[in-house]
Design a protein around this ligand. Structure first.
Ligand code: PMP
Length: 422
């Protein structure tokens, strides 16, 4: 069905899962924001590549040449994927968290960092020290830009960096990245974009947004785990201490001295995740060729989902901004009288639906947004759509919630190791 709509197919679309009430059912994976299922094309490309992988940059053999070629080619794919400047560097990392930690370690001394407190912990926590300003995200996009403006104006002289997410992992709402970048320029600041949640859903252009760095994760981009990237201006990265010390990062080592590489390899010591990087490149290429179909698919499902949730008694959706804004297919909500962890367990056990519950590694955002919709609590349920989602999944979720609210669970649940289980 998915292929017929012109949308890239995903592995796992036909998975069936057991129900505690008996029998089994097609798995409704509504947790794409955590990790998206692998694209069919990625799966077959990786399968074809597996017999061929060999050491990258270090071997003269044919398989090493193939691996090196594919690994290096992926830098170009990623550069195109985010429409980077020709001078930008592409460093392969493990994921977005790794990318931001690398960037944090590469900042010139006394760089001031401005970051919204609502960011994912991967974008919030790597920056340390007295020059970090965590600012509260206000309820309008316009005010958000002003808050950055004011925070930058209060920064001491010296290098400055603003860190901002493209799309919230809690609400899916898009942040005003281009506007923030314009304000940052005024203050001579650089901007780092957390594209973990934006990149799987929208075309990104570093040039059009005028941002300096972008971080992303392969496992959210329909490739398997273990490969991500930091893409952006090379000067700070070239001047920084190598992120990891070891083979591959060096030009020359003598018994008492080391000359480090100055290119991307400086921060890629050790044998890299060649298969993961290759998979990431294949996924990016396929997404880039299908943005229109991807966007339409997700927008239709998102509307259906939000309409459905609005009809569930006691259900309140979390939102960053007061006015409706452009957003990707991620929705978090609470339902009066029901613990999010318990709801998620019932949805899985009795309906075969996979959602996420908790505070989504964005504790400040989740707690505040729950308070702002007039409820108490620190945790919510998150539903996130993607290429593996169908109308049936959305309808099943909405019906399940209505049934649970009306008549509770059909099974009894107890807490085992902190998680609800039937
Ligand atoms: N930023 C955002 C907005 C995210 O949603 C996530 C993952 N939940 C991350 C960063 C971190 O990604 P990873 O776990 O792949 O490092």
């Amino acid at each position: 069905i998915v292929a017929a709509q012109g949308i890239p197919g995903v592995a796992g679309a036909a998975l069936r899962v057991p129900l505690v009430t008996g029998g089994e059912i097609g798995y409704a994976n509504l947790d794409h924001a955590a990790s998206a299922p692998c694209l069919d094309s990625v799966r077959s490309a990786v399968d074809e590549f597996l017999p061929w992988y060999a050491s990258v940059h270090r071997g003269a053999g044919f398989a090493s040449q193939v691996s090196t070629r594919l690994y290096e080619r992926t830098r170009d794919i990623l550069r195109r994927f985010v429409d980077a400047r020709t001078t930008d560097t592409v460093i392969f990392t493990r994921n977005t968290t790794d990318s931001f930690n690398l960037l944090a370690r590469s900042l010139p001394r006394r760089t001031s960092v401005v970051v919204f407190d609502t960011e994912h912990h991967a974008a919030l926590l790597p920056w340390r020290g007295p020059n970090v300003r965590r600012v509260q995200l206000p309820r309008t996009r316009l005010a958000a830009v002003s808050v950055v403006d004011e925070a930058l104006a209060a920064c001491p002289e010296g290098p400055r960096l603003v860190v901002v997410t493209g799309a919230s992992n809690v609400t899916g709402e898009l942040l005003p990245v281009a506007e923030i970048a314009a304000v940052a320029r005024k203050h001579g600041a650089r901007v780092a974009l957390d594209a973990a949640q934006l990149a799987p859903h929208r075309r990104i252009s570093l040039r059009e947004l005028d941002v300096d760095y972008v971080a992303l994760s392969g496992h959210k981009l329909y490739a398997p785990f273990g490969a991500g990237a930091l893409i952006g201006r090379s000067d700070w990265l070239r001047a920084a201490e190598p992120y990891l010390a070891g083979g591959g990062a060096t030009k020359l080592v003598t018994s008492d001295a080391v000359v480090w590489n100055t290119g991307a390899e400086r921060h890629e010591a050790g044998s890299p995740n060649t298969v993961g990087v290759y998979a990431l490149g294949v996924a990016c290429e396929q997404l880039a060729a299908n943005w229109t179909a991807v966007g339409e698919h997700e927008a239709t499902l998102l509307e259906r989902l939000r309409k459905g949730l609005a009809g569930v008694p006691g259900c309140a959706e979390l939102r960053l901004f007061d006015a409706p804004v452009d957003r990707v297919g991620t929705v978090s909500f609470v339902v009066d009288g029901f613990e999010p962890g318990w709801l998620a367990a019932v949805l899985s056990a009795e309906y075969g639906i996979g959602v996420r519950d908790g505070a989504f590694c964005a504790h400040v955002a989740t707690k505040r947004l729950i308070g702002e919709c007039g409820r108490d609590g620190q945790q919510a349920v998150r539903v996130s759509l993607g290429l593996g989602s169908t109308e049936e999944h959305v309808d099943r979720l909405v019906l399940a919630l209505r049934q649970i609210v009306a008549r509770g669970a059909r099974w009894e649940y107890t807490k085992v190791d902190g998680r609800w289980a039937p």
